[in-house]
Every structure is written in C-alpha cells, then in structure tokens.
Ligand binder design. Structure first.
Ligand code: NAD
Length: 352
C-alpha cells in the first residue's frame, strides 16, 4: 500500500427524517442563544416555519443568499447579524445559503449550523468561493467549516427532479475527483466509491418518484459522503473546468458539472485506471466514462454545454483559461486535448 496522509475534518452530523426537531437543542448544545437564520429568497417561507419552531432562539432572518456568495450580500448579512446580536448562524438551503453562513463565519467566527436541502455538499468542506466584481476567489480554511450539520430528508422532497439530477451529479463529481486526487487516501477512496454507488441507485428512483423517501435518504447520505470527499482531498481537472467554464460564461453551476463530468473522466481514465475501475464498479459499466454516460442517459441529464447556454465562439477562450494555473491532474493539462474536450462537451459528443 502507498503511504498517505489522512486529515479528519471536525464536525457533528445529525442525519435522518424529521431531524429539524433537533435544531433547538443543537443551538443550545453549541452554547448559543441568538441565531441568525439564512436562506435564498425562494426558501424564505420554509425558513419562517423553522424560525417559528425555535421561538426566541431565532433572533433574525436574512433570506437574500445568492449563488457564488457575492460579497455585497455578505456585507448586508453581516449587518443583519450585528443588528440582531447573533451568536450563531443557521444556513438552510443549498450551496448558496451554506456559502453565506461560511462567509459570515470567515469574518466573525460565529459558529454555524447547516441544514442542507440540495446535494452540493458545501456543508462538509472547509472551502469558500466568494464573488466580487465578477471575479470568484476560492480559499480553504477550517474557519468556514460548519460545526454542526443537520441532514433532514424531508426538506429534500421538494427539490425538483431536474435540480435533483444536476445537484446529484455535482455530488458524484466530488467523489470521482477524490478517487484520482494527488492526495487521495484509502479511507476517502472507500467513501467515494460508496457515495457514487448510493447516488447511482438513488437518482433514477427519485426521477421516477420524487417522493420516494428511501431513495431521497440514500441520495442525501451519498451527498454527505461526496461532500466529505470534496472537503478532504484536492480537486483536479473537472472542478477547474467547471469553475472556468461555469464562472466565465455564467452557466448554471450544477448543470455545468453534469455536462463536464464524463468528459473529465474520459480525459483522465488512462492516467487513473484505479479511479476509472472504481467508478465502473460503483455504477456498473465497462469503464468509468461509459458508466457515467449511461447514468446521464437514464436521468435525461443535460448533455452539452451548448444546451446550457455556452456560445461556440467561447470554446477557445475557455481552453485558454482552463490551461492557466491548472490544478494538479493525473494526466498533464495540454491545450490541444483540453480544447478538444471542451469542443466535444459543447457539442455533446462524448468519445469513449
Ligand atoms: P443553490 O443553493 O443556489 O440552490 C439552487 C436553487 O434551488 C435555489 O433557488 C434554492 O432556493 C433552491 N432549492 C434548494 N433546495 C431546495 C429544495 N429542497 N426544494 C426546492 N428548492 C430548493 O444551489 P446549489 O447547487 O446547492 O449550490 C450552488 C452554490 O454552492 C454555488 O455557489 C457553488 O459554488 C457552491 N458550492 C460550494 C461548495 C464548497 O465546498 N464551497 C461545494 C458545492 C457548491
């Protein structure tokens, strides 16, 4: 066995159905008395119900969280935290709400409770990406890792099927990249394979019946493990491409991950045969790329960058950006093959 380093991330997780009932006790257990509750505007009604359920522990509500954690939103949320004398935050929602809780923690050290309602996995990572003046800056610091995460399957029942598919594939991408990360280790690789398998079973069942609680529970469990993978080891080509292509051309976050994933797997398959085999084992298929393509077909996932809003004329610029400051990757990052990858992903033309 190869030598490795394993860094366990601290954190308390409550997982199940109806676990929102533990929120009051969890806030008190953390020694806090005045929580600022956070969500996107769309999830404000559900957040109000949560606030009502914890009574005076809900000191304030801020429902303006937005994608990619814009710093102007963070400034307003910090003011709201100050105004209500918050001693902790409760972030309810997907990566946008979690990101806002992290941005507040980065500046104030307020303890965070996250209640995730998508499969993005941000609640399990010490990573924060913030946007200012159209530029996204990402950093890793334990300051932003939520102290407590309450996974309640009930909240995921409303996640629309298309968002379920793209958010779930976003999660799978975290686990796939963990399998070939430079700092991979057997503990995280074991988790990654389990996570991909759980997602691979759950997502088709949810598309058939979005109210399938067993499948929803398995997807949320898989998403948790995928988030741990993302938080524990490094990212490679797939995440770099998604940041560049999604960020520079303003494409939807989870859709971009969904389209790019099989192409990133195909690019790396020969250089990372163990990862390729692990993905194939988890999903069933002759190799990792084929397994991911088959799953995407089963889920009717978005399958081209063209279909999610990227212009063909942007392919060259995307290739230029993708090869600048590349992340470590098992196969060298070369402009020619990377341009081919992006052009094929734009057209929806997977070669395997
Ligand atoms: P999101 O949080 O923006 O949610 C997408 C939409 O779905 C929102 O309108 C939201 O209100 C709605 N929604 C969420 N849960 C719902 C539910 N259960 N039912 C109905 N509607 C629901 O999207 P996301 O994909 O979860 O997160 C994307 C953001 O997270 C991006 O900014 C991305 O960069 C960030 N992210 C960060 C990390 C990290 O480790 N730092 C990891 C993954 C994603």
């Amino acid at each position: 066995m190869q030598s490795f380093v394993y860094n366990a991330l601290p954190g308390r997780v409550i997982f199940g159905t109806g676990t929102i009932s533990t929120l009051k006790a969890e806030i008190e257990r953390a020694g806090c008395k005045r929580a600022l509750l956070l969500s996107t505007p769309e999830q404000a009604p559900a957040l109000k119900d949560i606030a009502a359920s914890i009574g005076p522990l809900a000191a304030g509500i801020f429902s303006q969280a937005a994608m990619h954690t814009p710093t102007d939103v963070t400034e307003r949320a910090l003011q709201a935290a100050k105004d209500c004398g918050a001693d902790c935050t409760v972030a309810f929602g997907g990566g946008s709400s979690t990101g806002l809780g992290k941005a507040i923690a980065l500046r104030t050290d307020l303890p965070q409770i996250a209640i995730p309602t998508t499969y993005a996995g941000s609640e399990m990572t010490p990573i924060i990406g913030e946007t200012e003046g159209g530029k996204k800056i990402t950093q890793r610091t334990l300051k932003v890792l939520p102290e407590i995460v309450i996974y309640d399957v009930d909240f995921t029942l409303t996640l629309p099927p298309r968002l379920t598919v793209t958010s779930g594939t976003n999660a799978i991408a975290h686990a796939v990249e963990a399998l070939y990360a430079q700092d991979r280790n057997p503990v995280i690789s074991m988790m990654a394979e389990q996570a991909i398998a759980a997602m691979g079973r759950a997502l088709p069942a949810i598309v058939t019946n979005p109210q399938d609680r067993e499948a929803r529970a398995e997807a949320l469990y898989g998403a948790w493990l995928c988030g741990v993978c993302l938080g524990s080891v490094g990212m490679a080509l797939h995440h770099k491409l998604c940041h560049v292509v999604g960020g520079s051309f303003n494409l939807p976050h989870a859709d971009t991950h969904t389209v790019i994933l099989p192409y990133a797997m195909a690019y790396n398959a020969k250089a990372a045969p163990e990862a390729d085999q692990a993905v194939a084992r988890a999903l069933g298929g002759r190799n990792g790329t084929q397994a991911l393509v088959d799953l995407a077909k089963k889920l009717d996932s978005p399958n081209s960058l063209k279909s999610i809003g990227m212009a063909e004329s942007d392919i060259d610029r995307a290739a230029d950006l993708a090869v600048q400051n590349p992340y470590w990757n098992p196969r060298p990052i070369e402009r020619g093959p990377i341009r081919d990858l992006i052009a094929n992903a734009w057209a929806g033309n997977i070669k395997n």
